[in-house]
Ligand binder design. Structure first.
Ligand code: ZN
Length: 439
């Protein structure tokens, strides 16, 4: 807990009830059938817009975004499989995972062995419905619990998928919190998954709540919140904003933020960006936290960190995608995420934002020898008086490292002292004319 900002310089670390708020928002997002296009994304943006006024963008089918093309828009009304006895065996109304996301429409009657070729199951997790997509390869299909398929008798099955693929748009939403400078902190979450709570109702709800919480705060950086479909949505945003990506100083992709796993951070492709160091610093105070190097597999950091952009964007999550048994199954439901974990993720993000906001690089104006602290009334602080938040060690470290090459974060890394203790010491020394801000 030593990393908590004791000076209350930033967002309240004890944001009471924020975890429950994020959870309640996740609950509202959960039932919606989202995909990379379609009305599910728009309905989701409607709900998120209650937190902050999102700017909505519609990118028409056929639009070229780098090497990709915006596909036709997909919407689905209903889908079912009816057995030989006339009973409904599978119903989209029970779970939107039941239909392959982006499935083509289909209507017909076919024998079980033929139908099976269009049914995806998880033999290793026979009670769960898998999540499958087919965005760019036209096909139709269902996803069903293995146990249920095993009980289906031979015979003819009536199948109906009332879906629609037609020219339309890809939709994404963004919100910009303007700071003192144009330099940006990009926060991005994918909005394309249907009823999966951790991946990524948790990220969407947390990000919208964070955006709302920043509204009342004057910040140095501008904060851009992006809610876009995975891959194609991030590419659409990048292609429309290519000329301003140079403004992005820090970025995070957010997903899977509500489960009981320890926090995990994947570094940007650069590996040594400020965000990489700030996340490593904050997670250094968290039990069981994981730090991983960049790899070109995961979420939209793959696009932001592609070599043509190479942006300082890392990924923050709890349990690492693809490694927990609930991942991409019907077990990633509202029981899998908890308000306390969402709150913990929110707190970590606010701490990182606090560091991004409050970091600066001091320059010692009396660098030859140690300046005499006693005659400036700083002797008490040096003697260990803590009312300022500065300790003797933090004063000594700041004076020593204030060569214009070390920001407060670098001082924290090198000294092992808490960032906020060093920040308090630097403020005290600045107020007493011993430091200036390095250019
Ligand atoms: Zn996913």
């Amino acid at each position: 807990m030593e990393h908590l900002n004791p000076g209350g310089l930033g967002l309240s670390p004890s944001s009471t009830g924020v975890g429950q708020e994020i959870y309640s928002l996740s609950e509202r997002l959960f039932p919606i059938c989202r995909s990379i296009t379609g009305d599910g994304v728009r309905r989701t943006l409607d709900i998120l817009s209650e937190q902050v006024d999102l700017e909505r963008h519609e990118v028409p089918t056929g639009t070229q975004v780098f090497d990709w093309t915006v596909p036709q828009e997909w919407n689905i009304r209903s889908a079912s499989i009816t057995g030989p006895d006339g009973q409904t065996v599978v119903d989209f109304a029970d779970s939107n995972l039941h239909v392959v996301n982006y499935s083509m429409p289909f209507k017909g009657t076919l024998p079980l062995d033929e139908l099976r070729r269009h049914i995806h199951t998880l033999p290793e997790q026979p009670g769960l419905i898998p999540y499958r997509t087919s965005y760019y390869a036209p096909t139709w299909g269902f996803c069903v619990a293995h146990d249920r398929v095993a009980k289906m008798p031979e015979g003819l099955y009536r199948v109906e998928i009332d879906a629609e693929l037609k020219d339309g748009c890809l939709t994404y939403g963004e919100y910009l919190h303007r700071g003192h400078t144009e330099r940006e902190f990009l926060l991005s979450a994918h909005i394309c998954h249907p009823s999966l709570a951790n991946d990524n109702c948790s990220g969407l709800a947390l990000l919208a709540t964070l955006a709302r919480s920043l509204k009342a705060r004057k910040t140095r950086y501008s904060y851009r919140f992006l809610f876009a479909p995975g891959t194609i949505g991030a590419l659409a945003w990048l292609s429309r904003n290519e000329d301003r990506t140079y403004l992005i100083d820090h970025g995070l992709v957010l997903s899977c933020l509500g489960d009981a796993g320890s926090p995990a951070y994947k570094r940007s492709r650069r590996g040594d960006a400020f965000i990489d160091r700030a996340m490593a610093y904050v997670l250094g105070g968290e039990a069981g936290a994981k730090l991983m190097d960049f790899s070109p597999y995961g979420y939209d950091e793959r696009q932001y960190c592609s070599p043509g952009f190479n942006l300082p964007v890392g990924m923050f999550q709890r349990s690492v995608h693809g490694t927990f048994p609930e991942y991409h199954t019907s077990a990633d439901n509202l029981d899998f995420i908890r308000p306390e974990h969402l709150e913990d993720s929110f707190r970590i993000l606010t701490e990182v934002i606090d560091i991004v906001e409050e970091d600066w690089t001091p320059l010692n104006l009396f660098p030859k020898g140690e300046p005499q602290l006693g005659k400036r009334g700083l002797y008490a602080a040096l003697g260990g008086q803590k009312s300022s938040g500065a300790t003797s060690m933090s004063l000594l470290w700041v004076l020593n490292l204030a060569d214009g090459q070390h920001s407060l974060l670098a001082m924290a890394e090198r000294s092992g002292l808490p960032f906020w203790e060093l920040a308090a010491a630097a403020k005290l020394l600045l107020d007493h004319g011993l430091l200036a801000a390095a250019l």
